[in-house]
Write a protein that binds this ligand. Structure first.
Ligand SMILES: [Zn+2]
Ligand SMILES: [Zn+2]
Ligand SMILES: [Zn+2]
Ligand SMILES: [Zn+2]
Ligand SMILES: [Zn+2]
Ligand SMILES: [Zn+2]
Length: 477
């Protein structure tokens, strides 16, 4: 039986035990429950846990309170004792007490789970093979890094199959190297969800319609992933809509994770996180860094009214110009300036057409403009100090000033026809008519005139020659 259900049935037990310990805290527990949203309560434990951040006054206690997947039974018992002491010391009805009481229940529930896992420890000790392939996943043994203690302290690991906690001390686990699906060793052969990496590469592009819902009847009231029957309005199996895929899932396949939805960003510039299924979440995360979105083609109006987007587009256009310089410069290529600055985000300076989801999130937060500015400064510093690059600079022929200019300079403008660069003010003085293009046009006209005169003469000559044979006429009219 999956553990989210266990958690629901075991909660009242935890409360009962708690009432025995302290009547006043139990009442505040109930109070805290009525203050939080009802929908949260039916979610698996993890979303509850994330929903309540630790109060600032308790941060210094977190090492003794927060348990991780690395915890053992003694750790949990110590945390429970400490938490209970803190509950008694906290003010009634305070934020601290609410958090502590919830946390205490969480700890007790976890202890119970760990004890159960411990009882089955013998079943699990099978040698872990290096790689296991199941429905498209490539599972490798999972050893969470303990380098960052702060991150590790906040981290609990859950099995994507059975939704239970993975107790690292007694349980072995695998993770998919492609999509990060995490699973108990004991659950690995039951995995049904096809690897999100396989789905994403088949689809090639994130779903572009907003929540393309087909309805429960069309799904025959079955979870879109595991086919569990979703009895509508049944108190246990509640259908959960995935805002990304538009399908309904059971609570084992949909943990009420919140995440941005690509189609909502592209069509509505809406970054509000929505509830998505596990498979939806894994798929969106795989698309996060792929530059696949032709935003201007999909939603041109965005570039009209979103100033931040216009600024990013302009910056990227400038970087494209600069990249041409750097790609042609031996020194810049040797120093790998482009790679060093852009790393895996080279697309940003290859055109200004494609965006990844992360790019769009960072457009909204302003981080992308800052990043592009810093790249712009580094590229510019090289180009202005490098003889090879300077040799390809321009001089404005309208004002004949000796100052060198580049297509990416502020206040400079490029003629789209002949690629000449001018000061914007200079070209404005000329009514935006490019003098070089005028010269080219004049020369072309001259050439046309002279060639037409030439052909006229040739025609006249050949006419004369033929007229000699027939009869003389006056050709100079
Ligand atoms: Zn996978
Ligand atoms: Zn499991
Ligand atoms: Zn399901
Ligand atoms: Zn150079
Ligand atoms: Zn000028
Ligand atoms: Zn021109």
């Amino acid at each position: 039986m999956s553990s989210w259900r266990d958690s629901l049935t075991s909660l009242p037990g935890a409360v009962a035990q708690f009432v025995n310990d302290s009547a006043s805290t139990a009442s505040s527990y109930l109070h805290s429950q009525s203050c939080t949203s009802g929908s949260e309560e039916s979610a698996p434990q993890h979303s509850d846990y994330k929903a309540l951040p630790i109060p600032a006054s308790l941060v210094k206690e977190q090492w003794r309170l927060i348990f991780t997947s690395d915890a053992n039974i003694q750790d949990l018992q110590a945390a429970i004792a400490h938490c209970r002491d803190l509950v008694l010391l906290s003010d009634e009805c305070s934020e601290e007490r609410r958090w502590l009481v919830r946390h205490l229940i969480d700890l007790r529930y976890s202890l119970q789970e760990l004890e159960e896992a411990q009882a089955h420890v013998g079943d699990d000790v099978v040698l872990m093979s290096a790689i296991k392939s199941v429905v498209g996943h490539h599972f490798v043994p999972h050893y969470p890094s303990t380098r960052n203690r702060l991150q590790a302290a906040a981290k609990r690991y859950y099995c994507d199959y059975c939704t239970g906690i993975i107790w690292r001390v007694v349980q072995a686990a695998y993770i998919c190297s492609d999509c990060s699906y995490l699973v108990h060793q004991k659950c690995i052969d039951s995995v049904q969800r096809v690897c999100a990496h396989v789905l994403a590469s088949e689809r090639q592009y994130p779903i572009s319609e907003i929540c393309p819902e087909i309805g429960l009847s069309e799904q025959r009231y079955k979870c879109a992933e595991c086919s569990t029957l979703l009895n509508f309005k049944n108190s246990w199996i509640e259908p959960r809509l995935c805002d990304y895929r538009g399908l309904y899932y059971c609570p084992s396949c949909h943990w009420n994770d919140s995440f941005i939805v690509p189609a909502r960003i592209v069509h509505n510039w809406d970054f509000t996180p929505r509830r998505v299924s596990r498979t939806g979440l894994q798929e969106i995360q795989l698309f996060l860094d792929k530059p696949l979105i032709r935003l201007e083609e999909e939603n041109p109006k965005l570039f009209v009214f979103l100033e931040k987007l216009c600024a990013v587009k302009k910056l990227r256009q400038n970087l494209v110009h600069m990249r041409h310089y750097l790609a042609a410069c031996k020194i810049a290529v040797e120093q790998k300036i482009v790679d060093q600055q852009l790393g895996g985000r080279r697309h940003l300076a290859q055109s200004n057409e494609f965006y990844s989801l992360r790019d769009l999130i960072q457009v909204e937060s302003g981080a992308l403009a800052d990043f592009l500015q810093s790249v712009f400064r580094v590229f510019g510093a090289h180009i202005r100090a490098c003889d090879m690059c300077l040799a390809k600079a321009y001089i404005c022929e309208i004002c004949s000033n000796n100052e060198v200019i580049f297509p990416f300079d502020d206040g400079c403008i490029k003629c789209d026809q002949c690629n000449s660069i001018y000061h914007r003010v200079c070209l404005t003085r000329k009514n935006m008519i490019c003098p070089k293009c005028v010269r080219i046009q004049e020369r072309r006209l001259q050439l046309d005139r002279s060639t037409s005169r030439q052909t006229d003469n040739e025609n006249a000559n050949s006419a004369n020659e033929s007229s000699d044979a027939v009869q003389p006429t006056d050709t100079t009219t």
